[in-house]
Design a protein around this ligand. Structure first.
Ligand SMILES: NC(=O)c1ccc[n+]([C@@H]2O[C@H](COP(=O)([O-])OP(=O)(O)OC[C@H]3O[C@@H](n4cnc5c(N)ncnc54)[C@H](O)[C@@H]3O)[C@@H](O)[C@H]2O)c1
Length: 373
């Protein structure tokens, strides 16, 4: 059993989170945000167990604890894993997380994001686990009329991805009131960037996210970067999104765990920066950071694509004591470029490909490629 002693005030840095340690199950810990959070937890003295079926994750990204190769829909295996490692808290990242894909295969999204979350919560309840940190998303808000988006903005998702994440949030609320577990739902805006130490980064196959695709285009002068829409009602006409550095997101998970361990009530918190960046601004910064020019293919807007999505981070600051530290476009691109350059200098380590994007019509929430989730 890991010692669990709660002392002191809320920490504002990972190193000051050492006032207690826990053994934490990180579902989806072989994925992008889960692996960065596993590192953050490990550095703060927690013990990490990763549970992932590797459907979209990378085994090489599991470096800070053992990997249980298991599907979250498999309740029996979940129960065995929770018992074997004497898990005390769960961070639940495992999910299908592409807006466009969710429009064409909603059944899979309900199966994993709702059905899998139900199995996980049931297994966690049976194991007596009381603390859950859940990866939610700005996609639960849909296309709000007013910015910045606060936690009180109505949640009106416009695609199956956002709908299934909202259903999971609601499931957590009822489990919390009936069974006494406490949770923090973290509603991320656009995760971006890479571990500043260069150990891990963003690597999906195929890659649909805006920063890696920009960097692929920077590396290959013939590979154009598609921008969807230059006639939005924004200062430069391209879509505006709120990009948060993945290490800032990881630190928010640590702070959420600390909040729960100190007796904090169940809650939901936006993780954004309060300021937006347009696709053109990202493009300019990518050219500056890489020193290369990027070939652009201007494409029409995608149906249902909001002009701007920006979060208020006030609640994250007041409840979790979280403020973003690395979430500027320049730091995001510098860390991502450093990692991508290293990856491609070591062929075979990651198998990321940059295949053609899916049909735009399937992705009503995407701005320039899949820029938000
Ligand atoms: N990336 C973003 O910008 C963003 C924004 C908002 C919310 N989120 C949420 O954050 C979480 C992590 O996102 P990510 O970008 O790291 O995605 P990711 O695809 O890199 O990671 C998801 C991980 O879950 C695993 N997984 C999927 N289905 C599983 C199953 N049935 N059983 C076990 N493991 C399974 C995958 O193999 C993968 O390793 C997701 O829940 C996503 O909805 C992401």
């Amino acid at each position: 059993m890991v010692v669990s002693v709660l002392l002191g005030s809320m920490p504002d840095s990972p190193s000051s989170c050492r006032c207690f340690t826990m053994r934490v199950l990180v579902t989806g810990g072989a994925g992008y945000i889960g692996s960065h959070t596993a590192k953050e937890l490990h550095q703060a003295g927690h013990e990490v167990v990763v549970l992932d079926n590797l459907y979209r994750g990378n085994e090489w990204a599991v470096r800070w604890g053992p990997l249980e190769r298991c599907d979250i829909r498999d309740r029996q295996s979940l129960r065995l894993a929770l018992a074997r490692y004497d898990i005390q808290a769960v961070m639940h990242f495992a999910a299908l997380a592409y807006v466009g894909e969710s429009m064409s295969i909603p059944s899979d999204y309900y199966d994993v994001n709702v059905g899998g979350t139900l199995q996980l919560l049931q297994a966690a309840c049976a194991a007596g686990i009381r603390h859950i940190v859940f990866s939610s998303t700005c996609a639960t808000y849909g296309s709000p009329d007013h910015l910045p988006i606060t936690e009180d903005t109505p949640q009106l998702p416009v695609n199956p991805y956002g709908e299934t994440k909202l259903t999971a949030e609601r499931m957590l609320r009822w489990f919390s009131s009936a069974y006494g577990m406490r949770y923090v739902s973290l509603r991320y805006f656009n995760a971006a960037g890479a571990d500043p130490d260069g150990e891990i980064g963003e690597s999906h196959t195929p890659e649909t996210h805006v920063i890696p695709r920009l960097l692929f285009s920077a590396r290959d002068p013939k590979a154009s970067f598609q921008v969807f829409g230059n006639d939005f009602p924004t200062p430069d006409g391209t879509a505006v999104r709120d990009y948060v550095h993945v290490t800032d997101l990881a630190r928010a998970h640590l702070l959420a765990l600390t909040y729960l361990a100190h007796g904090g009530d169940s809650t939901a918190v936006n993780l954004g920066t309060g300021s937006g960046t347009s696709v053109k601004e990202l493009l300019r910064t990518a050219e500056l950071v890489t020193g290369r020019s990027i070939l652009v293919e201007w494409c029409p807007r995608r149906a249902g694509d909001p002009a701007a999505l920006v979060a208020s981070s006030q609640k994250a600051t007041s409840v979790l004591n979280w403020t973003p530290r690395l979430s500027t476009p320049e730091t995001i691109l510098r860390t991502a470029w450093a990692w991508h350059s290293r990856e491609h200098a070591t062929p075979g380590r990651s198998s990321t490909t940059c295949a053609p994007l899916p049909e735009p019509a399937l992705a009503p929430q995407a701005a320039a490629v899949e820029v938000r989730k």
